[in-house]
Write a protein that binds this ligand. Sequence first.
Ligand code: NAD
Length: 266
Amino acid sequence: MTDTEFLKDKNVIVTGSTSGIGLGIAKMFAKEGANVIINGLADQFFIANLCNDIVDKSVGNKVIYHSADMSKESEIIELVKFAHDNLGAIDILVNNAGVQYVAPIEEFPSEQWEKIIAINLSSTFHLVRNFLAGMKIKNWGRIINIASTHGLVASANKSAYVAAKHGLVGLSKVIALEVAAHNITCNAICPGWVRTDLVEKQIASIAQEKNISINEATNVLLCEKQPSGRFIEVDDIAQFVLFLCSKTADNITGAALTVDGAWTAV
Ligand code: NAD
């Protein structure tokens, strides 16, 4: 069992935390009493309710939102300023925002390539370089990059996603090397299939393409890659992030850590 008391004075950013894996991670941190900045695409009503719902009212921690578009460096810099003005130095940065587009490389629109590389890879570069100084002053920090099995192995028709996630695994290693002496760790988590909006869209296109039901398409998707035949739960990833923040994980750094039902064991 991880001792989570230390999270109560920590400042956390989770990018892309308005749904799916990021939302699960943000909820976990808020429940543990950390101050959390939520980010991602969603309407104002949803955001207001979300921040109010997930804050731990008994602790008095802050759960606030910034709308920075992770494809735009200028908006990422605004998020950095917002974080400093509202929380001070950031202790834990979870780079989770990510999008997908599926098409053979000859038909892959170049604007989709640019968008995926910007959101899934470059946003991490921009955020990390701006938050490291604060972590170094505290001599403590955690950078957790939500990569993918596609950071380790490829699938056809996902050129931009696979390139970005392989890049993110490499970037995580470089950061880990550069900050190892400052008690800052940087790791990439590489999940297999987690049933979120990002995957629902892929299930829907398999159903349409093969003219089969959503249930049948779900089985096709799972059986093709994930030997466990089961989805990974959002909370499993959130609890893994929590572990990586703990004292026990002080020396786990520069790693690409799979949570993938044996997808990459072949
Ligand atoms: P999701 O679609 O539920 O969540 C994506 C999040 O990113 C949302 O909050 C969305 O608003 C946000 N986002 C999208 N574009 C953005 C932008 N321009 N700026 C800021 N935020 C933006 O998907 P998910 O499955 O929860 O994906 C989260 C991460 O996990 C992604 O990096 C994805 O590649 C990775 N991942 C997912 C799976 C899976 O099976 N679901 C597997 C491996 C890795």
